[in-house]
Design a protein around this ligand. Structure first.
Ligand SMILES: [Zn+2]
Length: 313
């Protein structure tokens, strides 16, 4: 099965009220574990590669690794660049064979964000590749302190139509309260997503696929495994799964997961090391770590995003 873009995936997801998971992989182990999960539950899957992961794995290795999986893949796979910080990097990934790229020029002002995004869109679309861009600041709740403005640093619904029209993008990452990393909320703070803003954006852009970044749930049981075997991570508060479920049932068609994968992998790796102190066969430690990632991804696909059983042929 060849690589696919997210076009058909998002169309189906929007119509049927589910979301496709985009999973950040950092090496071949996590990549194989995510693809295995998608195949076991017959789900479409987006493999997200950050610029850091691209450097770590190596550009040619990424392409070969994915090609290898495609020979036997039974589900649609999209290869996506996560947070491309420059037009050059996005174009490079298009040339490498990625089927989707994210240009993240959200740190620039509105017009410059549009200019850079438009440049990527023209290059990518001419080569059959889709583009995601970001509007608003996806960060931590601590940045959201402006009391005068109901929207603060969140994506402003009044901006989205102009942004989408002038850039020509295929999907839009919005800021409604999710945050990257394990510590999304302060201790004691109630996790909250701004569904009112999501609703307003959805009304302005009917039928247009939206994207949620920083959507790990950081379950306490997986943190517990990590900490039981020598980890020292303080309690984290992620995005409750019920909120992700609700977002997936609305216009959110892609939900990104990175932190949850890393916590699951490292926790299972530590546990295996601890339980087998007299062994040094790498497979005894990497194997359980990969299995933990597969189980986590399957759980998200079945119970949270609703994309299990949705692989389009
Ligand atoms: Zn992100």
């Amino acid at each position: 099965m060849p690589l696919v873009t997210t076009k058909e995936m998002f169309k189906d997801a929007y119509e049927k009220g589910y979301a496709v998971g985009a999973f950040n992989v950092d090496n071949m182990d996590t990549f194989k574990a995510v693809v295995k999960a998608a195949e076991q539950v017959n789900s479409p899957v987006i493999i997200a590669i950050s610029s850091g992961a691209l450097k770590f794995i190596g550009k040619e290795y990424v392409r070969e690794m994915v090609d290898c999986a495609l020979k036997t893949a039974t589900v649609p796979i999209c290869l996506h660049l996560d947070h491309g910080k420059s037009a050059e990097l996005c174009k490079e990934c298009v040339d490498l064979g990625f089927t989707s790229v994210m240009i993240d020029a959200s740190s620039y002002d509105f017009d410059e964000n549009i200019r850079i995004t438009r440049e990527v869109v023209e290059y990518a679309h001419a080569r059959g590749v889709v583009v995601e861009s970001e509007l608003g600041a996806i960060a931590g709740i601590e940045d959201e302190v402006c009391v005068d403005d109901k929207y603060g640093s969140f994506t402003h619904p009044d901006d989205v139509v102009e942004f989408v029209t002038r850039t020509g993008i295929d999907s839009l990452a919005i800021a409604i309260g999710t945050a990257h990393g394990a510590y999304k909320f302060k201790p004691g703070q109630k996790p909250q997503l701004r569904f009112d803003i999501l609703q307003e954006i959805e009304e302005k852009l009917p039928g247009f696929p939206l994207v949620l970044h920083g959507a790990s749930s950081v379950q306490q049981d997986s943190l517990k495994v990590l900490n039981t075997y020598g980890g020292k991570m303080p309690e984290a508060i992620g995005i409750p799964e019920a909120m992700l479920r609700e977002a997936a049932s609305k216009a959110v068609c892609k939900i990104n997961v990175g932190t949850d994968i890393r916590v699951a992998y490292v926790g299972a790796f530590r546990k295996a090391l601890h339980e087998q102190p007299d062994k040094f066969d790498l497979k005894l430690f990497v194997g359980p770590a990969m299995d933990a990632v597969t189980e986590l991804v399957k759980d998200k696909m079945i119970n949270v995003f609703g994309c299990a059983g949705r692989a389009l042929k």
